[in-house]
Design a binder for this molecule. Structure first.
Ligand code: ADP
Ligand code: ZN
Length: 524
């Protein structure tokens, strides 16, 4: 093996490899296909940049982010590496000159957008250019199960036939088991060596608050944070502007950022934020990809994110300098209902089901009484030790949620699931159970004769939203299970049946929907 550490030091100026970088580079240089799962900021680029200098021929890097390509190439050139990029931002003379350089074998690294590789003439080019390695950055874009599906990534599979002997490296910061399978399948990786670094971000504290007067909640949160930079993520462009204006009116240096602004406005607001002249950016998820601002001290989610991957990415923009940073999610059942409504409008069935499943997972996270960190890491298939007071840096570990005797409620809910399941051929979903319990007078109830069930109307002591929360907690506890797909149906599990028979007491967590004295996040 060549002296990799020497190259790391002399070319890139770093004394040590980050976790897994060396292993990934060695596997790649040995000719293996590699699948690298490293958290944001983990140093994925190094994994293909450094080996490019240790193999003859060209390393082609596929990246979806045009803005990022130029940054990386500038940095590489400054370090004396012969790197270039080709994308739609170049004039035709410049593009021609770079292509000529590629034909002469002058470059070690070429960055391209995925759609470019499929253009006419490129297949011959790739065969002519002595391609020695292929790196696919943001590989999760190939999967519909990720948070950033890009159809043009699907075409990358064709590269395997075009360049059969070239090892492929797939890199991403987010991949659940499902996304991982998609990446291996759609990029046609061959017995890839898998490298997974820990996703834990120990310096981040995670909190969820019931959303109730969100602007006021943000202002309380901002107390004593005058010097800190932060991001407020909102679901819509209009909200980003409204929140930014409201904060600015109260003397905070805040700006909006969304795809509806002109390119100049976006660039200016981003620049002001990077230079610390604007402290707060109120943004849609269009903001943040590829932005490397190390001292973001907090991230607030004003609205419920669509999925956990997105949430992890967005909160991951806080505390990249390794110093403590806070993440706060403002959660309301109303936001969830709004999203459900949008999801119902999605035309494609598969897409709709994916979105539903992702929303369910997000709700699960928001309502969980367990350690947030364990929930998040569990989502990425990573265990987190639960013992001894938890992680020490999430609301549920720092201030365990109140519980109450939920025995009677659980009995009512689970018996209702049991009876309704028996009484309807196809089973019923959570909302329908809640309607039976609260004695709703709807067409469906009457048509199916559910008003004649013994559990009809036995739950009038709670409003619907609270019954739904009880139901979701029983699902989380494993006493009931929910099928996937278009119309998720509830079913008692063996455990649920066993518990119903045993009639043991059961403590439930006070749902965040219950009115209670609101705790406000304080600075640690
Ligand atoms: P990712 O793509 O995984 O989010 P990057 O490749 O952008 O991360 O790397 C994040 C930062 O870490 C960059 O500034 C990069 O130069 C730096 N970096 C990469 N490898 C090392 C290393 N071994 N030591 C120190 N810094 C590194
Ligand atoms: Zn915790």
């Amino acid at each position: 093996m060549p002296d990799l550490q020497l190259t790391l030091h002399t070319t890139f100026g770093y004394p040590e490899f980050r976790p897994l970088q060396r292993e990934i580079i060695e596997a790649s240089l040995a000719g293996r296909d590699v699948f690298a799962l490293l958290p944001t900021g983990g140093g994925k680029s190094m994994c293909y940049q450094l080996p490019a200098l240790h193999r003859p021929g060209l390393t082609v890097v596929v990246s979806p982010l045009i803005a990022l390509m130029k940054d990386q190439v500038d940095q590489l050139q400054a370090a004396g590496v012969a790197a270039t990029f080709l994308n739609s931002s170049l004039g035709s003379a410049e593009a021609r000159s770079r292509l000529a350089g590629l034909h002469r074998g002058e470059w070690r690294l070429l960055y391209v957008a995925p759609e470019r590789l499929m253009l006419d003439g490129w297949q011959e080019n790739l065969r002519a250019w002595n391609v020695a390695a292929l790196a696919i950055d943001e590989a999760h874009c190939v999967s519909e199960w990720g948070h950033d599906f890009r159809p043009e990534y699907r075409q990358l599979a064709a590269l395997r036939d075009l360049l059969p002997d070239v090892p492929v490296m797939a890199l991403t910061a987010t991949a659940t088991e499902r996304v991982r399978e998609d990446i291996v399948k759609h990029l046609r990786l061959r017995e890839p060596e898998l490298f997974v670094a820990s996703f834990n971000r120990p310096n981040l504290t995670y909190r969820v608050q019931p959303k109730d007067g969100p602007l006021q909640q943000i202002i309380v949160f901002l107390k004593n944070r005058d010097d800190e930079s932060g991001i407020v993520y909102c679901a819509t462009r209009a909200t980003t502007e409204r929140v930014a204006e409201a904060l600015a009116a109260r003397g905070f240096a805040a700006r909006a950022y969304h795809a509806g602004l002109t390119a100049e406005e976006r660039a200016r607001n981003q620049e002001l934020f990077l230079r610390d002249e604007v402290k707060i950016i109120c943004a849609t998820i269009a903001f943040g990809m590829g932005i490397n601002k190390p001292n973001v001290r907090w991230v607030i989610h004003y609205d419920l994110p669509k999925n956990i991957e997105g949430y992890y990415q967005e909160t991951g923009r806080a505390g990249r300098d390794g110093l403590p940073a806070d993440c706060l999610l403002l959660f309301s059942g109303g936001d969830a209902a709004k999203q459900t409504h949008f999801i119902d409008e999605i035309a494609d069935e598969h897409e709709r089901n994916v979105a539903r499943a992702q929303l369910r997972q997000m709700l699960h996270y928001a309502e969980s009484a367990g350690c947030r960190r364990r929930e998040l890491l569990g989502y990425f298939g990573e265990g987190f030790p639960a013992a001894g007071g938890g992680c020490g840096a999430c609301d549920n570990c720092l201030e365990p949620r109140e519980t109450y005797d939920g025995t009677v409620l659980a009995q009512k809910f689970l018996s209702c699931v049991y009876r309704a399941r028996q009484a309807s051929r196809f089973g019923v979903g959570l909302n329908h159970i809640v309607e039976i319990l609260t004695g709703a007078d709807t067409d469906k109830i009457r048509r199916w004769g559910h008003d004649r069930l013994s559990t009809y109307g036995i739950g009038q002591e709670l409003p619907r939203a609270q019954w739904a929360a009880v139901g979701r907690e029983l699902l989380r506890l494993g006493y009931a299970a929910q099928s996937e797909g278009e119309y998720p149906v509830l079913e008692l599990t063996a455990e649920g049946l066993e518990w119903l028979r045993s009639r043991k007491p059961l403590m439930l967590t006070k749902p965040m929907l219950l009115p209670k004295a609101r705790k406000v996040a304080t600075r640690r």
